[in-house]
Design a protein around this ligand. Sequence first.
Ligand code: PLP
Length: 449
Amino acid sequence: MTTLDTRPRSAAGTSPGADPLSVWPASTTERPHGGLLVGGVPLTEIAESHGTPVYVLDENEVRARCRAYRGAFPDAEIHYAAKAFLCRALARWVEEEGLGLDVCSAGELELAVSTGFPADRILLHGNAKSPQDLGTALRLGVGRIVIDTPAEIARIAAAVGTGGHQKVMVRVTPGISAGGHRKIRTGSDDQKFGLPLRDGHAQHAIARILDQPQLELTGIHCHLGSQITDAKPYLVAVRRLVGLMARVRDTHGVTLPELDLGGGHGIAYRPGEPALDLPALARRVRAELAESCAAAGLPVPRLVIEPGRAVSGPAGVAVYRVLAVKRTPGRTFVAVDGGMSDNPRPALYGVRYAPRLIGRHSPADSESVTVVGRHCEAGDILAEDVPLPADTHPGDLLAVPVAGAYHLSMASSYNLVGRPPVVAVRDGHARLLVRRETMEDLRARDIGM
Ligand SMILES: Cc1ncc(COP(=O)(O)O)c(C=O)c1O
């Protein structure tokens, strides 16, 4: 639970007693006859004005989550992980709330800087940075480049040039397996990110970086994975990385001033699911850091944290219209007008959501249905075992909470459906942030004939 979660939750797993609104933005209110307002705006009104599918982003929820991080980690640098979702307005909100950004491409970087986001508050990541990524980072004066592979050291040093200067960090895999799914665990050794601590690769890379006069190594970075709901893996990471910092001091006489623990803070997608307790994480990480540094005789480094989904995920709601209902002997399928093109997460990681009917009150009993998308894939399933009224029919609206992270940032133009718009809500007002991708947008790229 973060400090933002004011409503009661059960300890683990979806529980029938859990408050159904516990995973919705704090501004969410229910009206009689199925009305649901987010940021003071009825979701049905947004569906009417902007069509469906449509993504709704609660600005105050994003800002409150940024503030919760700053409150929990007052001495740390908090960088929002732009890969979770980025648009120009979101970059501005995050900047106004005093956060930095973590980006992993020239595209994310350019978009952020185009809003006036200070480049020196941006970190560039990437296991395979393209020449364009590095060139853009150096041209715009990015704060730090996080080195992920040994070959990058010479590449970055050469691009910076003799007499130039660039701050860098080094991404280490501390040999910790944590995260909600095999595909989002990045702290263990045998995967594509970072330099393993265990076999000496990280130490070797650090020695080479320290040999480059134009590179200033500010610290060590690790990102253990995503959807981590327990503080313990972070504490183990702190111990191991402080151990590495002590070895760097002993071997090279260099005291590194920064320690970046990445993101990965788990959130609940369905009522009753566990979430990482942010204040407890902050308390325990700070205590562990102080203790480990005291034991190693090191000054406490400045912490850097990179939350993505915990900032934008719970602030987003996806609204779909039902296009078809199909009953088979075993199942009822409710098909909506979006799917894996705007939300590939269920197909990628088996993530489970809790959609609900909005816009009308149904007197019908509830039945357990499978909510599917409109795409030509049998695996285009948005949510399974969803209790919906048995009279759910084409034309109804379904809303899916916790849709603000890794939906639209991973969206595709599969079946040339066009990506949905993003509408911000705040204090009873709605405004379009990103327009719907049109057939004309899609056709304009296709210049072959
Ligand atoms: C380096 C790095 N930092 C931060 C994040 C953000 O993770 P999350 O959105 O789970 O907080 C990611 C996600 O992939 C990442 O790779």
